[in-house]
Design a protein around this ligand. Structure first.
Ligand code: SAH
Length: 345
């Protein structure tokens, strides 16, 4: 299902030619899928009925279905739960900022990276998403809100670099001038730190933003919260980041969830300052979101302030992530978990 929506124009052209139709039909089809965001052949009025009928049989399509929607009364943030064609559930978030609307999408159903503070990974990875299902989250949200999305963060459930080809295909689809035409500079991909894939991504020389989930300043401490740290050391990670910066000239964002008593000491801040000083980067501190299954508490205001001040002493631009949608709660992966529990899975 929906494989056809993952195809780029050249691939669609090949498909259309194999039906004995003119090449320009591919562009029309692409515009229906990606510009008008219509995933229903019946509505594609400028395509021959015969072709539409054949496509409907050979390449069935079905848009993502909204099964739940929670809207914050504080800031207009909306959390969506979508059902995919095979009844799996994923979540996405729509956020309103002064500089435009932003959507946070999932890259996989569940996740197998096992980060201790994250709810998305508690039951492992169910399956990858297709590029169509990644853009599909953005289209469904734009249609539902009737508002344009200008920024995309791939920071929902899943590890987007695990199947790098899928993520690259997603970026090219959403970049396409014949579709949504959202530039790479408006796309952020967040990774727990898969070193070989970070290097491969760097070699693509895309102008996307890369965010690295660091969360600790020594290998030992990182291993305690992120199993991926057993595979790649912080030194290897920092080198991969430097390689990315060299190849792309883009600034890296380091994400760091502050967990009380775990990684929020002055010593941690100084170690982080040493690690990152002089790099083209930016630190985004996130008060850790509590999940019911784990016992982590977010750091108090005074440790947060101290942490920021120390990083600034090292000349590292640092921001504290604003909490949006506080009244609708549900951090990364929690909404989905609650829903599938209710459904009895
Ligand atoms: N797998 C990718 C992207 C998905 S997670 C990655 O690891 O970056 C997106 C971000 O949310 C990561 O920085 C992750 O560490 C963070 N995150 C997950 N659960 C969180 C929680 N309970 N509190 C704060 N940040 C969390």
């Amino acid at each position: 299902m929906n494989e056809i929506v993952s195809l780029n124009i050249e691939e669609l052209e090949r498909l259309i030619l194999s039906y004995g139709e003119s090449k320009f039909r591919a562009k029309q089809l692409f515009e229906w899928f990606h510009k008008k965001m219509i995933w229903d052949y019946q509505e594609m009025s400028n395509l021959p009925i015969k072709l539409r009928e054949k496509l409907a049989v050979d390449y069935p399509i079905m848009p993502l279905r909204i099964v739940e929607k929670l809207e914050s009364k504080l800031d207009g943030t909306i959390k969506y739960l979508f059902e995919l064609w095979d009844s799996h559930i994923i979540e996405s978030v729509f956020m309103r900022y002064k500089h435009g609307n932003s959507v946070c999408i999932s890259s996989q159903v569940g996740c197998r990276m096992g980060c201790k503070f994250c709810a998305s990974t508690l039951e492992g990875r169910v399956r990858n998403l297709m590029p169509a299902e990644m853009v599909g989250q953005i289209y469904a949200i734009q249609k539902d809100t009737n508002e344009r999305v200008s920024n995309i963060v791939v920071m929902g459930s899943g590890e987007p670099l695990e199947e790098l080809d899928i993520t690259l295909k997603f970026v090219h689809l959403i970049n396409a001038p014949q579709g949504q035409n959202i530039g790479s500079r408006h796309i952020t991909v967040s990774t727990c730190g898969l070193v070989p894939e970070m290097k491969r991504l760097a070699d693509e020389k895309l102008q996307i933003n890369l965010a690295l989930s660091l969360h600790a300043t020594t290998d030992e401490k990182r291993k305690a919260v992120m199993p991926i740290a057993y595979k790649y050391s912080i030194e290897e990670l920092i080198n991969a980041c430097k390689y990315f910066i060299n190849q792309t000239n883009r600034r890296i964002t380091f994400e760091y969830a502050l967990i009380e008593g775990e990684n929020d000491s002055e010593e941690d801040a100084r170690r982080m300052g040493q690690l990152l000083k002089g790099m083209l980067c930016h630190v985004n501190l996130i008060p850790v979101n509590k999940i019911e299954e784990r016992n982590y508490k977010s750091s108090g205001a005074s440790s947060v302030e101290k942490f920021i001040r120390i990083l600034e002493q090292y000349g590292i631009p640092t921001t504290l992530r604003r909490t949006l949608g506080a009244d609708i709660d549900a951090a990364c992966g929690q909404l989905r978990r609650r829903y599938i529990k209710k459904r009895g899975e």
